[in-house]
Design a binder for this molecule. Sequence first.
Ligand code: GDP
Length: 196
Amino acid sequence: MKIKSADFELSAPNLRGCPARPLPEFALIGRSNVGNSSLINLLAGRADLARVSDQPGKTRLLNFYLFNATWRLADLPGYGYAHVSKQERADFNQAVADFLTQRESLLHTCVLIDSRLPPQPIDLAFLEWLTGERVPFSLVFTKTDKQSRSATMTAVDRFKQAALRDLGLEPMIFLTSAKTKAGRTELLQHFHDLMA
Ligand code: GDP
């Protein structure tokens, strides 16, 4: 799928504030700092659409980006913040939960996983919740440029085994890098197929 345009649409604090016009949507979510913003920029083919930052826990809103004027990416607040109060955390967890379980135009969710880490309990717990809620998802491994191909494949394998053990399923997997642009074509093709 060729990207002809990609624009920020709006930020919403909760489900009610989300865009009203129904368009196919894909959600991106992962641990804070996993690379959500970089992935949005990679897919958009722009360096500056979403704000990339080294400071985790900045985005507390659901951010919508309109692609080709026909579909959206929903950038959801990450989980696993260290510096946010419990009250705030509960707030955006609720907004995220509402969005993932009730948003009618949501087609698919991409869960971002840092390719350099061993399987993280918080990621597996989140996938378990998604599975229980019957939210369809794929796994998008990020930052694959930061290590060797074999180290990435080992991490992916370990995650696959953990997912099979904990969830009893084998999710679809994408390997991406905002630096080398790896995975861009495959992920856009996946979205295209889901919209067809
Ligand atoms: P977010 O908090 O999930 O939106 O994560 P960001 O996209 O802001 O990225 C967090 C940090 O990881 C930033 O310093 C990015 O430059 C870096 N980063 C994200 N993706 C990649 C990648 O694919 N390769 C490399 N080398 N760095 C990345």
